[in-house]
Design a protein around this ligand. Structure first.
Ligand code: BTX
Length: 325
């Protein structure tokens, strides 16, 4: 721990009791000025201290940040989230992850940020990532699978997130919309972006980007997203501890990824279908080439969505935007 972290730990353990500058200076054997400088730097990070006359300083507010000491304690994983790269603000956690893959980051490395200035969805679409309100993260994984098995990882991830949410929240039910959204009450809370780095027939890494709207209120979203986006806090009517959700998602994700790599897609597919709002619905799928309308009847073992058109012909779509109609 750095001296700044030690000072912070002291205040966190004091449970709101004041501590004097002299006491800290004595304890850490540094000058009062040194203590004061570290406290100023903590203030800049969002910690608030009040001066209590003759008694010292009192910690009265902490910033709403994902606390990694706590994350480690909540993880039951062997690999996922065991290495963390945490940022206050980045352009996109996907970009950072690309660099880390080149530097040899191990399986399960987590990149997470409080804010993204250029968060993105599929096809370079913008992903709104406001400061401190959501979970903006990329997990670098290095599974032993062939490149054609990679797209299913979006579905594996969706199943993991939905299970994490169901374990934590009882007053709403998340649903998966094929291929990469999780909806609550028909609005989008979560997007998944899976990118693959491969050479010839071998996957080097998958970058699983996850964006979850957690503590935003409606006014935190730009107006053009008001009719499609929502947050877990809006739907659950309470603010949510992001660290617990990050941990749960990683715990389930490692479990389901390993399951998929070892035993194939069958179980994941069953779990996916149980939580899907797509299967059995009338949909309009817009692909790069065409628009397909009809009833979504199934996903195949390779993650393709099958749509039965009005003329009875069944078409498979690999990647598309889906509207439920
Ligand atoms: P997508 O292409 O399916 O969805 C993008 C569309 O979703 C946008 O065009 C917009 O209409 C809408 N949208 C934008 N921001 C939000 C939001 N916060 N909530 C709901 N809807 C929104 C989905 O792509 C994949 C998103 C992955 C985001 C993660 S965050 C961590 C990682 N880093 C990064 O840059 N992207 C991923």
């Amino acid at each position: 721990l750095t001296l700044k972290d030690e000072i912070l730990q002291r205040f966190l353990q004091a449970n709101g009791e004041p501590i004097s500058g002299q006491q800290l200076a004595d304890e850490f054997q540094v000058s009062r000025t040194a203590i004061w400088k570290h406290m100023q730097s903590l203030q800049q990070e969002g910690y608030t201290f009040e001066t209590i006359k003759k008694r010292g300083y009192q910690l009265v507010a902490v910033p709403d940040k994902v606390d990694f000491g706590q994350l480690k304690q909540l993880l039951t994983t062997e690999r996922y989230g065991q290495q963390v790269h945490y940022f206050d603000s980045v352009e996109s956690t996907q970009f950072v992850a690309h660099d880390l893959v080149r530097q040899g980051a191990p399986d399960g490395t987590l990149v997470i940020a409080e804010h993204q200035s250029a968060g993105r969805g599929r096809m370079m679409r913008e992903w709104e990532s406001s400061q401190g309100k959501g979970i903006w993260m990329t997990i670098i994984i290095r599974p032993e699978i062939a490149p054609h098995q990679a797209p299913q990882f979006t579905l594996v991830t969706a199943v993991a997130i939905v299970n994490a949410m169901k374990a934590m929240f009882k007053n709403f039910t998340p649903q998966i919309k094929w291929p990469n959204d999780i909806l609550v009450n028909g609005k989008k809370t979560t997007g998944i972006l899976t990118e693959m780095i491969a050479e010839e027939n071998r996957i080097q890494a998958l970058l699983i980007g996850i964006g979850i709207n957690v503590n935003q209120q409606l006014e935190d979203f730009p107006v053009e997203l008001h009719h499609i986006a929502t947050s877990l806090a809006i739907e659950g009517k309470e603010s949510i501890d992001r660290v617990h959700l990050v941990a749960q998602v990683l715990n389930y994700l490692e479990q389901f990824s390993d399951q998929y790599v070892k035993n194939g897609f069958t179980l994941i597919k069953k779990l996916w279908e149980e939580s899907s709002c797509t299967i059995g619905s009338q949909v309009r799928a817009t692909t790069l080439r065409e628009v397909v309308e009809g009833e979504a009847i199934a996903i195949t073992d390779s993650g393709v969505l099958e749509i039965r058109q009005a003329n009875g012909v069944v078409k498979g779509v690999y990647s598309a935007d889906i509207e439920l109609i």
